[in-house]
Design a protein around this ligand. Structure first.
Ligand code: PEP
Ligand code: MN
Length: 359
């Protein structure tokens, strides 16, 4: 793919996309625009049609709000973007002169919707920002980007907004950083932006998420800002005031260099990395020994016709490992995922040993 930058950042810095979750009134947008003008945002965002999880919630102000956005172009010289979820939205945005469109997580998830939207964009060159799908599926995210590329859109960016999950987490949408990292590994030329508001869900976690995104070399940030977050018509819990945006987030971010010419430092890092490589080799060797033992158990279980999965034994392993996690200062979340992955691999090895003769 020959991707171009969707957004050319001002002064060669990070892309900054600001403004509210939803366009609520012309006054709300005007007041926000004034208070963030000094930050020189590359793009102003506001949802006009809102995809809500449950019916009966605020659905967005619809078509009339497009003009409120385009007024910001004339008045403040800002570029504006909004979410489109169907071909009609696209037509209205193109007619109104919206500069950039974004595809929401609930749309990226469905190839039919994405294809329909892509078809009406054929022949245009408006930049498109594609949010990750709700579910942690890298191929689906890439597929949506490819559908836009296939109709001739080259200015494409990916927005990481986290992934849906069931259960407890400090995040509104779990980040699963490994997915955008893998996207960037496969497509280094794609602009990758972090929508920290939808990942974090609460202002107290915004800074941490934004800092991680910067440390992972993201190309920019999208942040929801509202003049009066508590009374916002959508996503009230995660929107921040312009003051908090500046003092609580942007001014606190640390921009670190990617590389250095300092030879002493580079040598030190090299030494530590070679120790890490040595440990990684040992981990693999130990894992392979563990799998050999799993196969031995498979042979014995087969003789007695005992089933592979033993819930009591699994509970015992999880308990032991979680206790040890504390002792070694490793997070329970990490150790649980690790032992789960090892357990699944052990089951595969046992299953191969036990079921080989039936194949
Ligand atoms: C939004 O950006 O306000 C929005 C609805 O986003 P998402 O598609 O990521 O939920
Ligand atoms: Mn929102």
């Amino acid at each position: 793919m020959n991707l171009q930058k969707a957004i050319e950042p001002q002064n060669n810095r990070q892309v900054l996309i600001l403004c509210p979750c939803s366009a609520e009134s012309p006054e709300q947008l005007q007041s926000l625009a004034k208070s963030i003008l000094d930050l020189k945002p590359d793009l102003v965002r506001a949802g006009v049609w809102k995809p809500r999880t449950r019916p009966g919630q605020f659905q967005g102000k619809g078509e009339p709000a497009l003009e409120w956005l385009t007024d910001l172009k004339q008045e403040f010289g800002l570029k504006v973007c909004t979410e489109v979820a169907n071909p009609k939205h696209v037509e209205l945005c193109l007619k109104a002169g919206i500069d950039v469109l974004w595809i929401g997580a609930r749309t990226t998830v469905n190839p039919f919707y994405v294809q329909e939207i892509a078809e009406v964009l054929r022949g245009t060159d408006i930049p498109i920002l594609v949010k990750n799908p709700m579910n942690p599926d890298l191929a689906l995210w890439q597929g949506a980007i490819e559908r836009f590329y296939a109709v001739g859109i080259q200015r494409l960016a990916a927005i990481h907004r986290g992934f849906s999950f069931y259960g407890n987490s400090i995040y509104r949408n779990v980040p699963r950083w490994q997915i955008p990292i893998e996207l960037k590994r496969q497509w280094p030329e794609i602009q990758l932006l972090a929508d920290i508001s939808h990942i974090s869900g609460h202002p107290e976690n915004h800074l941490e998420i934004a800092q991680i995104a910067i440390d992972l070399h993201y190309d920019g940030l999208m942040i929801e800002v509202h003049p009066d977050p508590q009374n916002a018509l959508s996503d009230a819990d995660q929107q921040v005031t312009p003051e908090f945006l500046k003092e609580g987030i942007l001014n606190k971010l640390i921009y670190r260099k990617h590389k250095t010419e300092n030879q002493i430092f580079n040598q030190q890092i090299e030494n530590i990395r070679s120790k890490i490589d040595g440990l990684d080799q040992q981990i693999l060797k130990i894992l392979s020994e563990r799998m050999a033992l799993a196969r031995q158990i498979g042979i014995e279980k087969n003789k007695e016709s005992i089933s592979i999965f033993q819930p009591d034994r699994w509970n015992q392993i999880v308990g032991q490992m979680l206790d040890m996690a504390k002792e070694y200062s490793l997070s329970e979340e990490f150790i649980f995922s690790l032992i789960e992955a090892i357990h699944i691999e052990s089951i595969h090895h046992q299953s191969e040993t036990m079921n080989r003769k039936h194949r």
